[in-house]
Design a protein around this ligand. Structure first.
Ligand code: ADP
Length: 595
């Protein structure tokens, strides 16, 4: 069976087969042309040296080519040069075009693979990993170039040996044999380089991952004064990566001189043997020498390209491994379209991140239209996991999440995402205008929707006060807005698609008093209209909720109207500052400071 890397390379190259065949044919013909040019050159030189007008080359009496005058050779030489130049230019164009197309496809494969992967896979990915894999995807071109280099140099070598055989069999045979032996002698070295390169590929990926993580920790790094430690850590990783790189590079660089020295030795032996075995004339010997030396340089190209391939190959394998992991974890979703978005039910749902880590245990719940649910519970009790299951970002390990009786796994994702919206705890704004951030790539959202949702989220006045209103550029991460404005913009983003269900992770956590009041006002206006499910850390947020879910240790311990929850949950009582039995809820102690 083909190795994973080979299969990936095969898939990438196959669509370009016609171009590549053309390229190889061009290269073979180009080398034949070059070989005959060199033969002609020798003929001319010998003709001039011996004072003869006509030149004939080859072991037969008539020569490979009919005897030609020096002038005819000169004209032919110019023509051959022209043809070779034309072929080389065509080949260069074809190669560049093909490799550019292959690179584009490979990058698409990585990025689309990642984008199509489910949330659980994406979330697990270390920051910087994707960049690392994309960087490696660019090395695919190096691999393709190496493979083409080996093929074209190999074909050129064949063309030269063929031309040389026509002129003299014995000496060509010796040199060809020498080349084969040399090629075999290099195999263990190439294997060694490949093994080192595999280690290097891993260390390079680890390095990019760490740098990616660094990029997202600027604030903590400064505030904890640990820049020095970060520098040391980066240095350590970088030195390790460089050490692996050094070994691969040294070996790769040394291959060429080793090969050349050995190859010249083989050429020398060939010539000596030719002198002993056949009775060659000076012209034929000169032509064979020239062809052989040029063959050796093509042989050298085959070697250097093979070594370079050995060192680039592990990157291709890394890309392949990661892409296949993404592809094995595609976001699921069916084609079913339920009649309505309600009721939304969880039936005996459990979810385990790992076999020994069950975050939700046998949870059952029915969300009804117009509910305004506040989910409370200690940190780590499973609240986020619960909303991720409702959003369909994760599939239950056991049990079913059903929308109007249809298993959410069977439901068409775009239908579901058009009915619900999420306001995350730390909304991310991207570099773009206000309107682009609210619309968030959803083409069906009109300017009126954007304005309406901004009004609903109580952020319209502040947007209109910006220098260019909705068309104001926000800069990276929306840095020119306050936390409260960012949060309300994110609520506007969620409301722009007129969702039937709004899922929020503590919508007021990052807010100043004024923003909090504005968000609460916005939510109050939505209550009853839109079904709201929100994780609440703040007591004030809970005022909005008509129904309370208390999640403790992966289970729903209370599901009751807000007023009744006080009576049935010690945790909730405690949260509302009304006292409660701490012993009944030990994890609460850690949570008491949370909101
Ligand atoms: P909450 O939102 O209530 O703080 P979570 O739903 O985030 O709780 O987490 C519930 C449990 O699942 C915790 O024990 C947490 O450590 C674990 N958990 C959460 N996310 C992951 C993850 N990506 N991988 C492994 N375990 C996780």
């Amino acid at each position: 069976m083909a190795s994973p890397g080979r299969r990936m390379l095969g898939d990438l190259i196959r669509p370009h087969a016609p171009s590549l065949v053309l390229l190889l044919v061009g290269s073979f013909v180009g080398s034949l042309v070059e070989a005959f040019f060199l033969v002609g050159m020798t003929g001319i030189a010998m003709g001039i040296a011996t004072g003869t007008d006509t030149v004939s080359l080859g072991a037969t009496t008539d020569g490979v080519l009919p005897p030609l005058s020096i002038n005819a050779w000169l004209v032919l030489g110019v023509a051959l040069l022209g043809v070779r130049l034309l072929l080389a230019t065509g080949n260069a164009w074809l190669e560049a075009r093909t490799t550019a197309a292959i690179l584009t496809r490979q990058r698409r494969r990585v990025t689309w693979g990642y984008l199509d992967a489910d949330w659980a896979t994406q979330q697990q990915e270390a920051s910087g990993k994707l960049q690392g894999v994309i960087g490696f995807a660019s090395s695919t071109n190096a691999v393709v170039n190496n493979v083409l280099g080996i093929a074209t140099a190999g074909l050129s070598l064949t063309a030269f040996i063929a031309a040389s055989l026509l002129i003299d069999v014995a000496s060509t045979g010796v040199v060809a044999l020498g080349l084969v032996l040399l090629g075999s002698a290099m195999i263990p070295l190439r294997r060694w380089i490949r093994r080192r390169a595999q280690i290097r590929a891993k260390s390079a990926l680890a390095f990019t991952e760490s740098i990616g993580e660094l990029g997202s920790m600027g604030l903590e790094m400064h505030s904890f004064g640990v820049r020095g430690r970060f520098k040391q850590a980066v240095d350590r990783l970088s030195t390790r990566d460089a050490r692996h790189g050094r070994a691969v590079d040294t070996l790769s660089l040394v291959v060429s001189p080793i090969y050349v020295s050995m190859a010249y030795g083989a050429a020398l032996a060939g010539v000596a043997l030719a002198q002993g075995v056949s009775n060659l004339d000076a012209t034929v010997l000169g032509a064979v020498m020239l062809l052989m030396l040029r063959s050796l340089s093509y042989g050298q190209q085959v070697q250097t390209q093979s070594v370079s391939l050995a060192s680039n190959w592990p990157r291709l394998e890394q890309v392949d491994t990661n892409v296949r992991r993404y592809e094995a974890n595609r976001a699921s979703g069916g084609e079913a379209v339920p009649p309505t978005e309600m009721p939304l039910a969880l039936e005996h749902v459990s979810y385990a991140y790992t076999p020994d880590r069950t975050a939700l245990k046998d949870v059952s719940l029915e969300v009804r239209r117009g509910d305004s649910i506040g989910i409370v519970g200690p940190s780590g009790s499973g609240k986020s996991t619960l909303i991720q299951l409702i959003l369909g970002l994760r599939n239950p390990t056991a049990g079913v999440v059903a929308v109007a009786g249809v298993d959410l796994r069977e439901v068409d994702r775009s239908w579901w995402t058009s009915h619900m919206a999420l306001v995350p705890q730390d909304p991310v704004l991207f570099t773009g205008t206000v309107v682009e951030n609210i619309r968030f790539f959803r083409d069906g959202i009109s300017d009126e929707d954007v304005e309406r949702s901004a009004r609903q989220a109580n952020v319209l006045d502040e947007i209109l006060a910006l220098p260019q209103g909705f068309n104001t550029h926000l800069g990276q991460g929306g840095s020119q807005l306050s936390g409260g404005q960012r949060q309300r913009l994110s609520i506007a983003r969620a409301l722009a698609g007129s969702p039937r269900i709004l899922v929020m992770d503590e919508p007021t956590s990052a807010l100043d008093g004024r923003s909090e009041a504005l968000v609460k006002e916005a939510l109050a206006a939505l209550t009853g209209e839109v079904t709201i499910i929100m994780i609440a850390h703040r007591v004030s947020t809970l005022d909005q909720c008509t129904r309370i879910l208390v999640v403790e240790d992966g289970r729903i311990t209370t599901d009751a109207p807000a007023a009744e929850a006080l009576a049935s949950s010690a945790y909730y009582r405690r949260m509302r500052g009304l006292g409660g039995d701490l012993a009944a809820s030990p994890s609460l102690q850690g949570e008491a400071t949370h909101g």
